[in-house]
Design a protein around this ligand. Structure first.
Ligand SMILES: Nc1nc2c(ncn2[C@@H]2O[C@H](COP(=O)(O)OP(=O)(O)OP(=O)(O)O)[C@@H](O)[C@H]2O)c(=O)[nH]1
Ligand SMILES: [Zn+2]
Length: 381
């Protein structure tokens, strides 16, 4: 499980560890098998469910000599009625080797058969720090479905895990480094570019780009006017929404909230909008589109995330707090209806002096979405 992303960790930044995780993420996105070492020095391998195919399961079996199992989030296991609600990761196994088809059917709602689960399927919660938990976390970081087929190397290497991985031509990553990854990334956020970008209705605007050292997606600070650092700044934390912000999708309220925030900050004279690379409440655009398909079957936005195996909201606001700090702002008047943003910013050391409601009327398509936010996510409107 990931470390809680609230305060500055004491951990020194280990750039080599971050690079290893970053390479493993890319390998997992390419559908490669990745070797994972746990704290006890044992080694195994994993492949994401999105890319698992018959040959990938066979390869995993051949490489490790172990019996592949499926690691999913506890959320997904709960949806499958295999576990009570809870957090963490669950290992699903069969007395025989799981097939690629079975893995897809269990992990991916698009493939879920309407019928029964495979006979003999057992579910067991695994420990944080385990290979299974690390593999699911890696898939989630890679913005894939949060599930992986995982196998323990039956014949543990006599040499190091690195030798074993090299012998099988696999990238090796440590479970602990995956768990620390997010917090390390936040701590490496640095300003990399700044420019004046006059906006319609807010001509005195600058955009400052922040990049993490791993080369991951940049977050942007859009600074309107000249906010005084010694005063609480009017601030909006806006999570990226390609469909709403760019295309004007009516499924959500993001486009209006984005343009509305810029207009309101300009009207009040100054402030900052953080445009955070957290598409789909942190699950990524592809998974958000999957969530939309599930919503079209009658589920709400919270259920849809959970059916995919995600939490209703996967966002963390430590990057936002870090950007505010680097820009010199210690206190904010936060434009939001979301109590979680208020709580998390405060926990990350930013003083929230005031909540400024940021409400827009429904548009004929997003009534249900807004109702769910109010009824299930605690949004204040
Ligand atoms: N997973 C998922 N994400 C969605 C859906 N609709 C919108 N989003 C995402 O939700 C985020 C909206 O974020 P915000 O408007 O910043 O946050 P909020 O929680 O509504 O809070 P406030 O607007 O501040 O009150 C964006 O990342 C959107 O891409 C959906 O149905 N499913
Ligand atoms: Zn949106």
């Amino acid at each position: 499980m990931q470390a809680e992303l609230t305060t500055e960790p004491a951990l020194p930044i280990d750039e080599a560890a971050m690079r290893a995780v970053d390479r493993a993420l890319a390998a997992m996105r390419r559908g490669e098998v990745v070797a994972i070492e746990t704290a006890d020095g044992s080694v195994g391998a994993a492949v994401s469910v999105e890319s698992v195919a018959i040959d990938a399961v066979d390869r995993l079996k051949r490489l490790t000599g172990g019996t592949p199992l499926l690691a999913v989030t506890r959320r997904r296991a709960t949806v499958l009625k295999l576990m009570e609600e809870g957090t963490g990761v669950v290992a699903l196994s069969l007395p025989r080797c799981l097939t690629a088809d079975e893995a897809h059917a269990l992990a991916d709602p698009e493939h879920t058969p309407h019928g029964a689960l495979p006979a003999g399927l057992t579910a067991a919660a695994v420990e944080p720090g385990s290979r299974e938990a690390a593999a699911v976390d890696l898939a989630r970081l890679a913005r894939l479905l949060p599930a992986a087929v995982v196998a323990h190397a039956a014949d543990q290497p006599r040499g190091s895990a690195a030798d074993w991985a090299a012998e099988h031509d696999l990238l090796l990553v440590r479970a602990r480094d995956i768990a620390d990854y997010r917090i390390h990334v936040v701590r490496t956020l640095r300003k990399v570019a700044e420019a004046r970008v006059p906006l319609s209705g807010a001509e005195n605007t600058r955009i400052v780009a922040f990049r993490p050292i791993d080369g991951g997606p940049e977050h942007l600070a859009i600074i309107i006017g000249n906010p005084a650092p010694d005063q609480p700044v009017l601030a909006r934390l806006h999570s990226e929404c390609f469909t709403g912000d760019l295309l004007g999708s009516l499924r959500c309220d993001c486009g209006e909230q984005l343009r509305g925030a810029i207009a309101e900050i300009a009207r009040q004279g100054s402030g900052v909008l953080l445009y955070l690379a957290q598409e789909g409440r942190g699950i990524g655009l592809v998974n958000k589109l999957r969530a939309y398909r599930i919503q079209d079957r009658g589920f709400d936005t919270v259920d849809a995330n959970e059916i995919l195996g995600f939490e209703a909201d996967e966002r963390v606001y430590l990057p936002a707090a870090e950007m505010l700090r680097q820009l010199g702002f210690a206190g904010v008047r936060l434009m939001t209806n979301n109590p979680e943003k208020l709580r998390q910013l405060a926990r990350c050391g930013i003083e929230v002096v005031e909540r400024v409601p940021h409400i827009f009327p429904a548009n004929g398509h997003n009534e249900g979405y807004l109702r769910t936010k109010a009824e299930r996510s605690g949004h204040m409107f």
